[in-house]
Design a protein around this ligand. Sequence first.
Ligand code: ATP
Ligand code: MG
Ligand code: FE
Length: 332
Amino acid sequence: SIILAIESSCDETSVSICNNGKITANVIANQTIHQNYGGVIPELASRVHQQNIVPAVEQALSDSKVNKKDIDAVAFTRGPGLLGSLLVGVSFAKAFALAQDLPLIAVNHMHAHILAHFIGEKNPTFPFICLTVSGGHTQLVLVKDFNSMEIIGETIDDAAGEAFDKTAKILDLPYPGGPMIDKFAKEGDLLKFKFAVPKIDGLNFSFSGFKTSILYFLKSEIAKNPNFITENLNDLCASVQHNIVNILLNKLKKAADQYNIKEIAIAGGVSANSGLRDGLNSMAAVEGWEVYIPAFEHCTDNAAMVAITGYYKYLAGDFVDQTITPAARMEF
Ligand code: ATP
Ligand code: MG
Ligand code: FE
């Protein structure tokens, strides 16, 4: 089977093709327009999706040397995400499927982040636990099967990616801040600064108090020394990253212990973070975990993860019809 997959939930327009479970194209058109605003501007995002989507589809077809007529199904991200952005991808998918008389497959973006682990050779064994850390979500998920997943812990306020991005904004770094913090952290002292660690019972997370604690700390330091941030940028980034990674890994360990599972995965944009990757590998060596870390291009938003999710739904015969609409807050 050949599946065309469309991802447009936020600010990446991405198109992928999956041929019998193998990804043969993964075109990602990034939107640079948001850098000047310190965050994604929804109105601008949907307009750029409209400009990018047709060329991205044509590129994906040509990359995988596939003709429109050879496609067997169209998969698309239905949600969660920005409504205007989703609308572009969903409308395109529906129009394409109608014109070519193809079945439609609706994909949950958060399931897709997790199932990105089934692209390529090294796949987790069910049941596994996935820590999904992205721009809008922080979830601990018990993954029982391709179509059977349960959220066992999640953030009660900000997402881990937001904690990175908002801290970066305070540090005057451009959006998205996660990769910038990661870069400067490599040269810094991770134990130099300490911030308030949230006390949340169970498997849930909280990052808003942590962000506020950084904000107040910086305000008081800058009052004493206006150049405090520039003089301490590396150490600040290293310490912030170390704190966020510790919060994440402590809960991941708690979940693994509670469910007695040693198959452990991370997913989502923040799983590209080198501190998290290193920390996870160290913890895995101590705990005897088998860990699964996505390739960099499958961490942040991409349609390959939608294509592989679509492929398993295709095998299960899980289709939707032309009445389908995008869902900004899609049920998990
Ligand atoms: P969601 O998946 O929750 O809808 P999203 O799709 O916007 O949100 P992703 O594309 O999965 O999120 O991830 C983007 C996030 O990942 C941003 O917050 C970004 O800062 C963060 N990120 C990307 N690379 C890194 C990195 N190396 N270190 C830390 N954070 C990173
Ligand atoms: Mg993005
Ligand atoms: Fe995402």
